[in-house]
Design a binder for this molecule. Structure first.
Ligand code: ADP
Ligand code: MG
Length: 306
């Protein structure tokens, strides 16, 4: 009797995420030769709350090189927003320090631009006026501010919407204005806290692509916060992975894929290997009874869904 040959499955062999091609190695060597823009040293943050002190960040150390794209990845509540607020100078460290170009950060400043997840445009100002706002605050004369704002509005592809008001824009467009507004001040570092978190999947993917293009064409260093593994591997040169509370650095990963990256890179074994490593670190495979739902069969035995 002829038996059917078993299907010929080739198992998926993944490289180690630490394995780097010579091109990737050379790129990281170039990155490490660049000057350090941001230096985070032994940073700790504890909040006082009514129920006692809450330790949020413990001993955070890393350096960001000029024009690097850094992603800080971690689960909700692990202290990502607190970290970026410390980098921005919106929050004071309990101990440790943040330095920008070798000078301690002591408060907010125009050398750091912020983009948040929630839309923070002034609703009563047009797109162009929103972008001009920071420039005029700095004392740039109106004509000059207008000219510069127009450049940044062009750069984010909103030329036709420069006189529109925020309510007339889609979520993705609002975030593009927010990016233009932050860049108009020509910050050394752009700090982005889950900037695409509120967008639908397709818009988000477009925005990731836009941001990459902007990053490649503008002299700016980016620290980008996300809780999304795929977004981190797609965007970052290096990923700083934070553990759950108190947030500590679990690992700093050099993404072993050259820039720029297209969405198709998500099928690359090096992408999958890096993503798996992050997943392992974030969701350790410990047998946890609470992960399995106590579902009982609610249909007749011969009523199969498969
Ligand atoms: N001002 C504050 N006072 C007390 N606790 C805070 C304060 N800000 C944040 N926290 C706490 O710090 C933890 C981390 O918050 P956050 O930095 O927003 O995390 P993430 O952005 O990773 O979700 C949370 O448990 C939050 O409740
Ligand atoms: Mg947050």
């Amino acid at each position: 009797m002829a038996t059917e040959a078993p299907p010929n499955h080739t198992p998926l062999v993944l490289p180690s995420y630490k394995e780097q091609s010579p091109e990737v190695q050379a790129r990281f060597q170039r990155i490490y030769q660049r000057p350090v823009v941001m230096n985070v040293r032994a940073l700790c943050k504890t909040f006082d709350s009514r129920t006692g002190p809450v330790e949020v960040l413990r001993d955070i150390n890393f350096q960001v090189r000029r024009r690097e794209f850094i992603c800080v990845l971690g689960q909700s509540g692990c202290g990502k927003s607190t970290l970026i607020r410390l980098l921005a100078g919106l929050e004071q460290a309990t101990t440790g320090a943040v330095e920008l170009d070798e000078k301690p950060v002591e408060g907010p400043g125009p050398d750091r631009g912020m983009v948040f997840q929630s839309y923070t445009l002034f609703p009563w100002l047009t797109v162009k006026s929103n972008v001009m706002f920071g420039l005029q605050q700095k004392g740039t004369p109106k004509d000059k501010a207008e000219e510069e704002a127009r450049r940044w509005v062009d750069l984010v592809g909103l030329t036709q919407f420069q006189d529109a008001y925020p309510y007339q824009l889609s979520g993705g467009m609002k975030q593009r204005v927010a990016i233009a507004r932050a860049l108009a001040n020509q910050p050394r570092v752009l700090l982005m806290d889950e900037p695409f978190g509120a967008l639908d999947a397709q818009t988000r993917s477009q925005m990731q692509f836009h941001l990459k293009q902007i990053w490649m064409n503008v002299d700016v260093t980016i620290v980008f916060i996300t809780h999304d593994l795929d977004e981190a591997v797609l965007m970052a040169d290096r990923i700083i992975l934070l553990s759950a509370r108190p947030g500590r650095i679990a690992e700093i990963i050099e993404v072993p894929i050259l820039q720029p990256r297209t969405p198709e890179v998500q099928l690359d074994p090096r992408f999958i290997a890096t993503r798996l490593r992050l997943d392992e670190l974030i969701h350790p495979k410990t047998a946890n009874a609470s992960d399995v739902l106590p579902i009982q069969r609610m249909t007749a035995p011969d009523d199969e869904v498969l």
